[in-house]
Design a protein around this ligand. Structure first.
Ligand SMILES: [Cu+2]
Length: 135
């Protein structure tokens, strides 16, 4: 009888351990999909800072407007004054964030390796351009 009780306790302990492991896997997987976050600030000096960034694939890039002037984060070549300021890796859809007001944010998870070149529509001519290299 005593042996059976110990056996049952061990079985329960094993179940609890298995459940805990499963829960750990469930909670850690979504986080690991985009656990790396990098911030690019958009300033009233009409700059992306940093203007150049290299990140591993799957990185969540958050553009944060730290000033008061509205900006865009745009990769659409037809909207660029200088075509070389707009590029995405093959197979990636281009985007235009629309205006991001002061204090606002815009974010994308970059999953495809390659070179992303983007600009701010009203301030491209002032040099507000950026590059992100995803490895
Ligand atoms: Cu701008």
């Amino acid at each position: 009888m005593r042996v059976a009780a110990i056996g049952l306790t061990a079985a329960v302990a094993a179940l609890v351990a298995a459940a805990a492991a499963a829960m750990g896997a469930m909670t850690s997987n979504p986080a690991s999909a985009s656990s790396i976050v990098r911030i690019v600030r958009m300033t009233d000096g009409l700059q992306f800072r940093p203007a150049r960034l290299t990140v591993p694939r799957g990185t969540r890039v958050v553009w944060k407007n730290s000033g008061t002037v509205a900006h865009t984060i745009t990769t659409i070549r037809s909207k660029a004054g200088t075509k070389a300021h707009a590029a995405v890796p093959r197979g990636v859809k281009v985007w235009n964030s629309g205006f991001v007001a002061g204090g606002g944010v815009y974010a994308r998870t970059l999953r495809t390796p390659g070179v992303y070149r983007y600009f701010c529509i009203p301030h491209e001519g002032a040099g507000m351009i950026g590059t992100i290299i995803v490895r």
